[in-house]
Design a protein around this ligand. Structure first.
Ligand SMILES: Cc1ncc(COP(=O)(O)O)c(C=O)c1O
Length: 402
């Protein structure tokens, strides 16, 4: 048998994974190779732009290594870091989350992986916002689950449509995921909507998974914590150091359980088993984080102030363009304009539009359909670049649409 030319087979579950944010980057690389300047508005990483990690943080990371903290640590996370996080949650949300109810992960990404690995199988369903951060869709499918999108209502500041959410709950539903401030819309769910979701979850005995990675990046109103609002409905909160602390490369996140009635006991035990199987997350990053939390700097506040200006600028430019409508984001660093394809008939859909925009102008956004069905006819742009770059981007964008 001649097997020399046969490509090694890969599993169907991996073949199905797609991540538009990175896929568009491959097209951008081709465009850059041809000599054209590319304006990267596709990457949700502040460190890629003019936001730099403060020196004392880099120093804390180096110190941790020089102090010899280069070993595997507790699979659940270094206790002192979990204690610090517990204190910080108490201060912010006025809720007691014991350090044992906190698990340190390799980014929120790993936390989502652990949770979905634990709750999904046999085509069980996970309710996720639509449009949706693609990771939820990918991991849900990866674990043989079905990601079911409940609609965020663009005409109402991208608030979740509670009737739609309710109509999608059935015997197979395992959890409701909320993401606020949201990727890709940049909107925050209002307190009332969060309360309605908590009531609904309580009615159907479902836990809420709350992705709070953009908690500290808000512009017009403060973050609303579902944990503070929930008396008895279990919340699994997800957060980390990537965005607010300009430490995307540290890969440091955590999950916490707000579980007043101990409904999550089985889930906690299973997630801890998964955590032990992968040994631990980065030791040096954890020790550095302890130091930072003891003596936090002002970098997050400074970043948010800078971003607010860039948000305002991007929004003001986009809203003046005919055929484009846009909700003003009040958190995160994404803006998600809608393209009126009845006006712009030249392009078949958002993907074709985004790729053509990239090839002709160098502006690299992410096509909305990469964020699920409710993302169609949109493009996601970050407002992370400085104002000079944004000015060129929106001049080019206007020119392109003419
Ligand atoms: C909503 C959301 N959750 C999670 C993540 C990933 O976070 P981490 O770097 O902690 O893995 C991102 C990254 O863009 C995100 O937008």
């Amino acid at each position: 048998m001649d097997n020399n030319n046969k490509s090694i087979m890969v599993s169907k579950r991996v073949k199905e994974i797609s991540y538009a944010i990175r896929e568009i980057a491959a097209v951008a690389n081709e465009v850059a190779k041809s000599g054209k300047k590319v304006y990267y508005l596709n990457i949700g990483d502040p460190v890629f732009y003019d936001f730099k990690m403060p020196k004392y943080m880099s120093q804390a990371l180096a110190d941790a290594s020089f102090e010899g903290k280069n070993y595997y640590v507790d699979s659940l996370g270094v206790l002192e870091l979990r204690e610090k996080l517990s204190e910080s949650i108490k201060k912010k949300y006025k809720i007691e989350i014991h350090p044992e109810e906190i698990l340190i992960t390799t980014g929120v990404t790993e936390a989502i992986f652990f949770i979905l690995a634990t709750i999904l199988e046999n085509r069980n369903e996970l309710l996720i916002p639509g449009p949706s951060y693609p990771l939820y869709i990918n991991y849900a499918k990866f674990f043989d689950g079905i990601p079911v999108e409940y609609e965020l209502d663009e005409s109402n500041n991208w608030e979740p449509k509670i009737d739609d959410l309710r109509s999608k709950i059935n015997d197979k539903t395992k959890a409701i995921l909320i993401c606020s401030p949201n990727n890709p819309t940049g909107s925050m769910y209002s307190e009332n909507k969060i309360k309605e979701i908590i009531n609904l979850a309580g009615e159907y005995n479902l836990p809420i998974i709350s992705d709070e990675i953009y908690e500290q990046i808000t512009y017009d109103k403060p973050f609303i914590s579902s944990t503070s609002l929930s008396k008895d409905v279990p919340i699994i909160g997800l957060n980390g150091f990537s965005k607010a602390h300009l430490a995307t490369g540290w890969r440091l996140g955590y999950l916490y359980y707000h579980d007043p009635e101990n409904k999550l006991d089985n889930l906690k035990t299973s997630i801890a088993k998964l955590a032990r199987a992968r040994l631990s997350s980065s030791s040096v990053a954890q020790y550095a984080a302890i130091k930072i939390m003891k003596n936090p700097g002002t970098h997050t506040k400074e970043m948010v102030n800078k971003l607010k200006e860039r948000r305002d600028y991007s929004y003001n430019r986009l809203k003046k363009i005919e055929g484009i409508t846009c909700v003003k984001p009040n958190g995160a660093f994404y803006i998600f304009p809608k393209i009126d394809f009845s006006e712009f008939t030249k392009w078949k859909d958002d993907k074709e539009f985004t790729i053509d925009l990239l090839k002709k102008t160098g502006i690299c956004g992410v096509y909305g359909s990469g964020f699920g069905n409710f993302g169609k006819e949109h493009i996601r742009l970050t407002f992370l670049p400085n104002k000079g770059i944004l000015e060129t981007v929106y001049n080019n964008f206007e020119e392109f649409l003419k």
